[in-house]
Write a protein that binds this ligand. Sequence first.
Ligand code: 5GP
Length: 224
Amino acid sequence: MGGRVVDNHALPGRIPFDMEFPGNLFVVAAPSGAGKSSLVKALLELDSHLTVSVSHTTRAPRGQEVDGREYWFIDEPSFRAKAAQGDFFEWAEVHGNLYGTSRAAIEQRMAEGHDIILEIDWQGALQIKKLFPQAVLIFILPPGWQELQQRLLRRGEDGPETIQRRMENARVEVAQARHFDFVIVNALFETALFDLKAIVHSQRLKYSALRRTRAAVFTALGLQ
Ligand code: 5GP
């Protein structure tokens, strides 16, 4: 966790936050071990109207990761050049690496009417809310500290020092949940997935969203 929150308002070409986008933008954040990736993956498998945005990162690929699938892997000078040009909707330093969401990809896909989901850290989520208040921020909480630690241990990806660091970071991250629009406690995966689906579904029932997706009905009823 970098702790530095970047103010994209200072960057050239920032997203015009009063722009009316037809698609929904969902932003999911959580401490590592809370089950964010599994929940988003399960949601994407169930929901063909939702697309995920592939971020840029300076961290090295892990295991089976493929450039352009999990992330666009780039070096730090290239990342910083893109950030300086305003190519990122948001970017942040997380666990010592830089991560950023491409602005052009988001703008284009939302303008086409797609719903987009971003799986990013809390710093990026809060930047997005500032730039684009219509974004729907969702925070995934673990059911408790002990359970979080057990999940990190069970995952078997990290040594004791890394787990200790992740637990310390988790305290800072969890404290940000109050700034999010929705909070899901991931005690039981199926229940948490149900909650996530409910949040996504409720956004699609908003008047402004229905006016787009049920245009024929609205026209027939003489609704604007
Ligand atoms: P990992 O390296 O384990 O894939 O990701 C580390 C953290 O960075 C996770 O919390 C992940 O959600 C976050 N992350 C991934 N992409 C982005 C991004 O584009 N922007 C921000 N701010 N965080 C990201």
